[in-house]
Structures are given as structure tokens and as C-alpha cells.
Write a new protein. Structure first.
Length: 74
């Protein structure tokens, strides 16, 4: 059972959030709508998109490692 409050759930949520925001940064309409603010609560989306695009190799490897963990170890 996946619980959001478990460490595994928080890691999966964080990885998916960063990947989703990085995707939003590549789509022009979504970029203007969601990633225009750099401060406040909407700035979290912008910062996650920056992390996802600048560290795309590390994020991708983390996603693969988390998928392996969820499918085979947990």
C-alpha cells in the first residue's frame, strides 16, 4: 500500500513532480501559464522545472532506480 507520508511515497511524488514540471517547461502554452512566476507558491513549479531541465540525467537515472525499486524490491 502506497502512503503519501511514507519515505517511498515522498520520493516518488518528488520525482514525478520534477519530471512533470520539466515537461511543462517544454510546452509553450503551459510554460507561459504555469511557470511565469518565480516567487511564492507558483515559484515551486518554476524551480522544479529548472531542476528537471538542468539535472535531466540525474533525474532520469533516479526515475529508473525508483522504478526498479518499486517493481522488484518493494
Amino acid at each position: 500500500v502506497w502512503a503519501v507520508y511514507s519515505f517511498d511515497g515522498i520520493l516518488v511524488f518528488g520525482l514525478l513532480f520534477v519530471c512533470t514540471c520539466a515537461y511543462f517547461k517544454k510546452v509553450p502554452r503551459l510554460k507561459n501559464w504555469l511557470l511565469s512566476e518565480k516567487r511564492g507558491i507558483w515559484g515551486v513549479f518554476y524551480k522544479a522545472a529548472v531542476i528537471g531541465t538542468r539535472l535531466h540525467i540525474a533525474v532520469a537515472l533516479s526515475c529508473v532506480a525508483m522504478a526498479f525499486y518499486v517493481l522488484f524490491i518493494k
